[in-house]
Every structure is written in C-alpha cells, then in structure tokens.
Design a binder for this molecule. Structure first.
Ligand code: GLC
Length: 534
C-alpha cells in the first residue's frame, strides 16, 4: 500500500479493555461476545479501528499482560474462533482490529516458563528467559540491582537457587530476545493473528526486550531519565531496532497492516522507532503527563509533529489509556499534583470534577483536530472520570502489592463501562461487575448520553464526523500565537482550533465557530473550552 494514503495515518483508534467493556454472559467480566454486541455503537461513534487489550489465555495477574498462550483466547473472554469471527464482523462494520502483542515477557504459566522451571540451570529451556546465579556467598543476593517497574527487585529466586528476571511483576518473566527461538516464536504468533484478519499490533513494552550484555547494575538512579540516551540497562536499548525491522519485514508481506509501539522513551528518541522500516506509529505519551497549560501543550504538540514528520511519520495522540488516571480526573486536579499518587491518600478537596469534565471535552477536541492519528480509550467518549475511591480490598493491579501498598495502581481507570443508568452493573452485563462502579457512573451511562444533545458522547460523535469530512487531507499544521493561556493552531486555510486553558474568558478572533466543546457567548471563549472555527 502506498504509505501516503495508508489507513492508519489519520485513524481514530478505540481502545477496548476487554475485561471491562461489555459482559455478554453475565459472569461479571467483559468478553468477546459483549464486544461483538457493541459493534453498532462503535460504528456509530465513527472510529476506524479498535485496539483490543490482551485477550489471550492468562491467569490475569496483570490484567492479561501475563500471557500463558499467545494463540488461545482466555476462557473468560471467549474462544479463538470467536475472536476470529469478531475480527470479521468488525470489518463488516468498517472497523479494523489491532491485537495487543506482549513480547517482552510471558506469564509464569506459559509452557516455556514451566519447562524452564522444571529444567536444570544452564539448560536450553532456561535460556529462553533470563536465569542467573545470585551474588553473595550463597547466591542469596539478586544478580544485580535492577528494580521492577512495578516496585521491588526485578529478580525472583527459584528453588534450585537461580534467579529469573522480571522487569514487571514476578508473574511476568522477561523473555530472552537473544535466543533465536524467541524471535521465531513471535514471528509465528504474528502470522497467526495476521492470518486471522488482524489489522496489526499494538506492541507492549516496545522499549523493553533487550538487556545490556553482562547485566550491569543500573546504579542509584534507576529511571530512564537519569541516564544518557541508550545507556539504560533494560530500557530503550539500540538492539531493539533490528527486532523491529524483522517484524516490519514480516508485516510488509501482508497488505496494509500496521504496528504501533508502546515506547515510553524520551521524545528525542521516539523518531528512531518511526524510521521507515520500523514502526508505523509510536504513541505520543507526553500529553498523558502534561499539566493543563497552554504553553506545555503547545510545546509537546510542536515537538511531536515535527519529530514525526522528520521521519515521514505522523503523531499519535493519547489522552488516556488503561495505565493512567483518566484525564477527566487528571484535569480536575490542580497542576503539579501527581494524579497516580493523589489516588491513594491525596486531599480529596483538591478535585473539581466539573472542571475536569469540561477540560476533558476541550482536550478531546484538541487531539481530534491535530494531524496524525488519535487513540480514544473506552469511556473517554462518555467523559468517564477515574474511579478514584475504589476500596483498597477491591484492588487487583499488581502495582498495589509490588509497591508495598504505596501506589494504588491502575484499577480506577479499568472499571466496567456503564451502558445503562440502572441495574446491578449499569448494563455492563446481566450480572455484577468485577470492579465496583462509582455511583456517578449511572448518569454518564451511554444510554443516558445517547440522545442528549451536547453530551460528551454526542460531542465525540460529531467531532469524529467533522474530522472525517474536513481533517483527513494533508492540511498542514501551524501553531498560532493567541496569548499565553490559549492553545491555537491552524489546519489549512479553513480550520482553526482554539482552546482557552486559562482562568478568564478571552476574545475570539473574527470567524465562524462551527463546533465547540461547551457553551460560549458570542465573541468570547470561556475557560476550559475548545472551539473549531472556519
Ligand atoms: C504495558 C501495559 C501495562 C502492563 C505492562 C506490562 O505498559 O500497558 O498495562 O502492565 O506493559 O506488560
């Protein structure tokens, strides 16, 4: 396919967290049948594709990012043939399906890891993971100082005394990408899903995979930001790129498939992942951590647009996903408060939910107007806030345990979707819901917003329709100077997007406002509002 016209370049991709999207069989957990039944809703929303979070067989100790079988669907979610049928049915609704591929680690329930545990130190079975002897007189000290991303040491000891590496939870042993069997297996897994009609992959932990030879200590600063580019012992290493090129060659054997990288790397290194023979897209995560600040937004946007364009790619916008506090809540907190930490024991009076809701809509109209592709996390279109008051005994995210109960984790953005204003699980399914839904979710249910003019759902639908009509061409992009509190940019001659991120109304320039994220008076743009102007 000619890259300049490729479908993903301007696509709006809807992220489905299977467990929490729609429950077809009433067991309290979302499933493929539930997803299938909601395809008409997704078609009406106007998206181009869905990205489905891992749906594979898994003990779900990290929500499915602990894969026990890359070719089987988790039995709570359905079957592999249902998955295949879902891909085909989605296509009939004009929706492509991206599958989540998790190559950095498997589950400890994967047959390979079980075989590794059963085999002796030094065996071929262990070589597919990272098994090392410990330090100290009796090998009782982990092989090095690496810390897991979720907290605690990145090594766990097995009964014969060796240690295995897990840069995430101990149930997620890291695969050894220096072992040829690992690369071969992932080629086969990719073909398996591409042959079943998948439009491509979201690649999990694309910044991981490769570990520094000799497993050197990371030192006192474990963070990526504390090290020179490419020098972190297990994040963003240059050896990743040959693997990516291999995947790209494989995808290129098929027609119009794509892959998007979850690469948490410094913005300056992101273009490396986007070279013409590597990923088609890499998420721009900088807005996930940005303050509600026009200058900050503008510089992130400018950097993302220019660095993507420099390598012939396009930016890929994200406001929320299954790993961060939902933006309707982030934007309801004062700048400077770290939302993930606030969740546990932050001052509740700091949260202004109405302001968060207004800003969430305003931000959506920004990302949907920018060049490139936009990812919408399930529930964003309903304006769902984080379920920030989940009781501690309901938490399932391994971060809660691994951090020694210092970080509440990500369950609050993974609460089942409210489809109806009433019922035990607000229409999620006929039974309960695997995580309790906040009471406020009832009034945000999809059915409530369905025919309500100016509901969040209505705004998303209309924005997507306008975007499809007016913004998919190569329109160019130019930031405008409209004052310190205003984010403004132009796309071509007949489209301007303006957001007031300050506290006071600002005057609007001459021109016709044809769409707005909230009410406004003639000639004035109120705070926390975006307008699209001709
Ligand atoms: C990615 C996923 C996250 C998961 C982690 C480990 O960051 O988005 O949910 O916990 O990888 O697989």
């Amino acid at each position: 396919m000619e890259t300049s016209r490729a479908w993903w370049r301007h696509a709006v991709v809807y992220q489905i967290y299977v467990r929490s999207f729609a429950d077809g069989n009433g067991d309290g957990t979302g499933d493929i049948d539930g997803m299938r039944r909601r395809l008409p809703y997704l078609e009406r929303l106007g998206i181009d594709a869905v990205w489905v979070n891992p749906w594979y067989r898994s003990p779900l100790l990290d929500g499915g990012y602990d894969v026990a079988d890359y070719r089987e669907i988790n039995e709570q979610f359905g079957t592999t043939s249902e998955a295949e049928a879902f891909i085909a049915e989605a296509k009939a609704h004009g929706i492509r399906v991206l599958v989540d591929l998790v190559p950095n680690h498997s589950s400890w329930d994967h047959p390979w890891f079980r075989a590794a545990l059963a085999a002796a130190p030094g065996s071929e079975e262990r070589a597919r993971y990272h098994f090392l002897e410990g330090r100290g007189d009796a090998g009782e000290v982990p092989p090095n100082d690496w810390q897991s991303v979720f907290g605690g040491p990145a090594w766990t000891r097995v009964p014969d005394g060796q240690w295995y590496l897990h840069t995430y939870d101990e149930s997620q042993p890291d695969l050894n990408w220096d072992h040829p069997a690992v690369a071969d297996e992932f080629d086969a897994v990719m073909r398996f899903w591409l042959d079943r009609g998948a439009a491509g992959f979201r690649i999990d932990v694309a910044h991981g995979l490769v570990k520094a030879p000799g497993y050197p200590d990371a030192g006192p600063v474990q963070e990526l930001a504390g090290m020179p580019p490419g020098q972190h012992p297990f994040i963003d290493r240059d050896g990743i790129h040959p693997i990516v090129r291999r995947w790209r060659r494989l995808l290129d054997e098929y027609d119009d498939r794509m892959m998007v990288a979850e690469a948490w790397v410094d913005a300056s290194r992101r273009p490396l992942y986007l070279r013409p023979d590597e990923y088609h897209q890499a998420f721009d995560f900088d807005l996930l951590t940005a303050n509600w600040d026009a200058g900050e937004f503008a510089s992130i946007i400018a950097e993302s647009v220019s660095s993507a364009q420099a390598v012939g790619s396009d930016p890929t916008w994200v406001l929320s996903n299954h790993d961060v506090v939902r933006h309707a809540t982030r934007y309801g907190l004062p700048n400077g408060i770290e939302p993930g930490l606030w969740l546990l024991d932050g001052d509740r009076s700091l949260l202004d939910e109405a302001r968060g809701a207004r800003r969430a809509r305003a931000a959506a109209l920004v990302t949907l107007a920018l060049p490139g592709s936009a990812y919408v996390y399930q529930g964003d279109e309903l304006g769902l806030p984080e379920a920030w008051d989940l009781p501690l005994d309901a938490l399932q995210d391994p971060i809660w345990h691994d951090s020694g109960h210092t970080v509440k984790g990500r369950d609050g953005c993974r609460v089942p979707i409210p489809w109806e204003p009433t019922g035990e699980s607000l229409g999620f399914g006929d039974g309960g819901a695997w995580l309790p839904q906040p009471r406020a979710y009832a009034r945000l249910a999809a059915a409530v917003q369905e025919n309500a003019p100016d509901s969040s759902l209505d705004i998303y639908r209309r924005a997507l329709a306008i975007r499809r009509e007016r913004l998919v061409d190569e329109l160019g992009f130019e930031l405008l100077d409209a004052g310190a509190d205003v984010l403004a940019f132009r796309r071509g001659d007949r489209f301007v997007c303006m957001t007031n991120m300050g506290d006071l109304p600002v005057s609007l320039p001459a021109g016709e406002v044809f769409f707005a994220s909230g009410p406004f008076d003639d000639g004035e743009l109120p705070p926390d509002t975006t307008v699209w102007m001709a």
